[in-house]
Design a protein around this ligand. Sequence first.
Ligand code: ZN
Ligand code: ZN
Length: 397
Amino acid sequence: MTPGRPVPPPLALHIPLAEDVAGELRPGPAVDGIDDPRQGRLAAARGAVSSDGGLVPLTVARRAPKPDDVEIAIEFCGLCHSDVHATRGEWGTQNYPLVPGHEIVGRVSRVGSDVDDFAPGDLVGVGCMVDSCRECESCLDGLEQYCERGLTGTYGAKDARNGDSMTQGGYASSVVVDRRYVLRVPENLDPAAAAPLLCAGITTFSPLRHFGVEEGDVVGVVGLGGLGHMAVKLAKAMGAEVKVFTTSESKVTAALELGADSVILSRDADAMATANRSIDLIIDTVAAPHDLNPFFRTLRRDGALFQLGLPSEAMPPVNPGALIRRRIAYAGSLIGGIAETQEMLDFCAEHGVVSDIEIVGADQLNDAYDRMVAGSVKYRFVLDTTTLQAPAERADA
Ligand SMILES: [Zn+2]
Ligand SMILES: [Zn+2]
């Protein structure tokens, strides 16, 4: 390589699109200056090409906006634990290359001919899904996350309405998404700190709303990571008293700083006994196997425990007696529907709720992943996508 000479980025790959979409694509110099609505764009991105290679520079071909599409110039994308699992192939067979990212915030750059609810310049977001069947009972109820034919994930999913191409996520300079799955981000929210609302925020908001949490309720939050810290903030904003359960004494101060009213060390049997029958709803965000029975004992009659983390190994068995004697519900919950996600964003704007974040550049992503696995982040990393395009750096890499 000749020093200083412009060269293609190392490991840059063109991601082929299926025939019918590729027909609309005319690869050109990256992002700016495309006025022809029939042209797609090449987006600078970071993604994985194998399970053990980390994240590397990639180029993603984005389709030209179809009549219902919104093209978004991405500004920020949150880093979710799912991104780590997916890019490292920890959730079974994974197709590569894979650009992760489903906490996307940016501005509309172009819209398709039938889009009248979004215009260039609008601040928008995209969460964990970019499509669903739109016909099943769940979709018609606005609960697209429970689509009976399976939602289309923002990355790593087969995109049935776009020639079965694989969706590629938000660690990229742009993305094109059907208007039905695009959220409006209120302008008074900090766009970087709002990004994690699109996954961590809605995942905790949805069960709080489903349970009907209101002033006077007592909400317990198990685990204080990306999800847990959002659960604390949202439950407080809904007027609840919040008790945080944690195994680590080091998190007590942090929980109180986030707004928790009290902290219970879950390994302390006496502390757990003191909390007996004191809580209406528990949001459990821990993804590692753990015994739920001690938590059921802290619930009041007609209380509920929502489990949001998905452990890869079996959990200790639930004691039915703990549920029966107080008519306790043990439930799960998956992200939220599009309408509910919009409601959550508007709620956050009204109450000034955003995520606590640390902004990282593209070259810090691999370190950030290691720190996420080690639990060393308060509480969410967010990628600044302006750092994706650095030709000089790449030429020297
Ligand atoms: Zn996520
Ligand atoms: Zn459906």
